[in-house]
Design a protein around this ligand. Structure first.
Ligand code: HEM
Length: 450
């Protein structure tokens, strides 16, 4: 089977694609994928389009939940000038469960524009949002691939990891400098999930920092509107990640261990077929990157919210059973993934609105989490909220996050251990949000440990 990734990887060595050809393809990817759409989005935002304004205002700042309320108030499925969009909880779930949509958004033109886009993609690096990534494929391929991953990525396996996660958290806390300000994102939130997921995938400890660097470099790849230098940096990180994954795969095939990567390398589907190299590499890459680029935000957002609500932090410190609720409410209130998108594959109805084939539907996960029909007084942060787990921060339907149980466990361990060890923790001025729009979290959280 030839996939986008196969051709992308081959791109660098494709006969006839010299330096000039690669440069032209890169420029086209940037123009069609970033420069043109972002100019249009900014113009629409200036013209008062709510969807465009929400995208523009999500950059490096608090999530613009007021705009999401406006979008929801205009109806369950709002038609913006960019796409259909919803911040309505029931409609979000309807879209995500619909057999009439496929994952992903390809704002590709038809005819010449479409051909140009295909041409430019031939030298693009592997990406978590292009096939054969689980996030970009649909049944039957999606069912087959996902079944293989869930077979080795079970709830019991996650449970077994809890003690190891506690050890990792404790070691990181032991290493924090005492008596001086510390950036909790750099020293704690970012390090814990990457170490855990690397252990799951059998990545040696000495390579953890390098892998973290690939993830951080590639995180903006989900966003539209990157500058030319930024896109070049993102693509370089994706290529380095791809090259490293190739080596790691060869190592796992030579000396298979107990880790998920080795198990995936030998796992056979119902027809007895192994994963192709591209599927294996892309799946492991997705699990690895999704495994820490989101959980880092859950932990950081949790620290910031508990600082703002110290009374609730004290309650959790007095009653261990509340930490699970802390994690659910942090996920609901400040979700690490802002939105996702779907493309409609046949004429359909969503929330009783006719939606033609080819339409894009933007699903505001962070907006659905503030729907007052499901969450009374939705802008109040409350760790005892009974319905907090109804949030859609892990998506819904067939693409529901595969790592949800792991992320919940890591979030709980990380927040509980940090605050138990440092009950007088205080955040210092200088906290900064990450500049990424879709992945939501903090770049720095300077703190005094007390
Ligand atoms: C707080 C942390 C996390 C959040 C908020 C999160 C969020 C999400 C969301 C929103 C999706 C679906 C996107 C869509 O429907 O288009 C997703 C899918 C996925 N996540 Fe997570 N995730 C987290 C942690 C993890 C972890 C720890 C792992 C891996 C161990 C992981 C692996 C995956 C995979 C493999 C998929 C693709 C599933 C599919 O398409 O079938 N995630 N995640």
């Amino acid at each position: 089977m030839t996939t986008t990734s196969d051709s992308a990887r081959a791109g660098a060595a494709t006969p006839g694609v010299g330096r000039l050809g690669r440069g032209a393809r890169f420029a086209t990817r940037w123009g069609l994928g970033h420069a043109v759409p972002w100019t249009a989005i900014r113009a629409q935002a200036r013209g008062g389009d709510l969807h465009a304004a929400a995208l523009v205002r999500s950059t490096g700042s608090e999530t613009p939940v007021g705009l999401f309320d406006e979008i929801r108030a205009s109806g369950p499925l709002h038609r913006s000038r960019l796409s259909f969009i919803t911040a309505h909880h029931a409609t979000v779930k309807e879209v995500l469960a619909s057999p009439d949509v496929r994952a992903g958004v390809e704002l590709r033109g038809q005819g010449a524009l479409g051909r140009m886009s295909d041409w430019a993609q031939t030298t693009a690096p592997m990406s978590p949002i292009r096939p054969p990534s689980l996030l970009a494929i649909e049944p039957p391929d999606h069912t087959r691939l996902r079944r293989l991953v869930t077979r080795v990525f079970t709830a019991r396996a996650v449970q077994r990891l809890e003690t190891r996660t506690e050890e990792i958290a404790d070691r990181l806390l032991d290493d924090l400098p005492q008596g001086e300000p510390v950036d909790l994102v750099e020293r704690y939130c970012a390090r814990l999930p990457v170490r855990v997921i690397c252990e799951i995938l059998g990545v040696p400890e000495s390579e953890t920092e390098m892998v973290r660097g690939f993830g951080a470099g590639a995180a903006p790849s989900l966003d539209v509107g990157l500058g030319v230098t930024e896109l070049a940096r993102v693509e370089r990180s994706l290529r380095d990640f791809d090259a490293w994954l190739t080596q790691h795969l060869a190592r796992a095939r030579r000396r298979p261990g107990e880790d998920l990567f080795s198990q995936l390398a030998v796992a056979r589907d119902d027809e007895g077929a192994l994963l192709t190299d591209a599927e294996l590499k892309n799946t492991a890459g997705l699990v690895l990157a999704a495994g820490f680029e989101t959980t880092v935000n859950l932990i950081g957002n949790g620290i910031a919210l508990l600082e703002r609500h110290r009374d609730q932090r004290s309650r959790a410190l007095d009653d261990d059973s509340l930490w699970g609720g802390v994690v659910e409410e942090v996920l609901r209130y400040d979700p690490p993934v802002l939105l996702t998108g779907r493309t409609v594959v046949r004429d359909t109805q969503i929330a009783s609105v006719r939606v033609p084939r080819g339409s894009v539907v933007t699903v505001l996960l962070a907006g659905a989490n503030r729907d007052p029909d499901v969450f009374p007084d939705p802008h109040r942060f409350d760790i005892t909220r009974a319905e907090a787990h109804e949030h859609v921060s892990f998506s819904a339907g067939r693409h529901y996050c595969l790592g949800a149980a792991l992320a919940r466990m890591e979030g709980r361990v990380a927040l509980q251990r940090l605050h138990e060890r440092h009950p007088d923790l205080r955040l210092l001025p200088g906290a900064e949000r990450r500049p990424t729009r879709i992945l939501r979290g903090y770049r720095t959280l300077p703190a005094s440990l007390g």
